[in-house]
Design a protein around this ligand. Sequence first.
Ligand code: HEM
Length: 163
Amino acid sequence: MAGMSDFDFFVLARALHVFGVVMWIGGVAFVTTVLIPSLRRMPNVANRLDLFEQLEGRFSLQAKITTVITGASGYYMLEVMNAWDRYLLPQFWWMHLMTFVWGIFTLVLFVLEPLVLHRWFHQQAKKDSEKAFVRLHRMHQVLLSLSLIAVVGAVAGANGYQF
Ligand code: HEM
């Protein structure tokens, strides 16, 4: 039978999920391993802060959109697979980790950054640029590491590996 069955939407959701993850976590990887280390080497601390705010500000919109795409497609897959009980099983730690990573980024991007982090980081960077950027770098490294462990665990788990 032609026409879109649930299965087609399911495949579409999986493809969108990975599309979202690539655009989002790929951007986080770039910011963490390329942008912040380069900024930390810039001698002019005012330029450093300006450039960071311009570039990460632009990435922030992309991250917001892709976070929504990833979350919505993940939710849809769970619903179609009726796999909510995975949250009760420790061997599905990668489901917990994916969801946790999503939750942290959602909180940071939609709540903490606009309400407090942006102003706070600006003030800290004006006071002591070195210290502020070291801390910023470390926070990005932690989030990127968790994200990458989630990606590796999820691909293995979704493709049948039994943890
Ligand atoms: C609320 C957030 C999320 C939900 C509800 C969710 C849900 C899901 C579900 C149901 C699957 C399919 C599992 C299976 O086929 O057995 C999946 C796969 C996957 N997810 Fe998530 N996910 C979320 C966030 C994330 C995040 C933040 C990442 C990346 C850090 C991620 C990366 C992946 C990857 C790489 C796959 C494997 C795709 C494949 O190999 O087919 N997900 N996710």
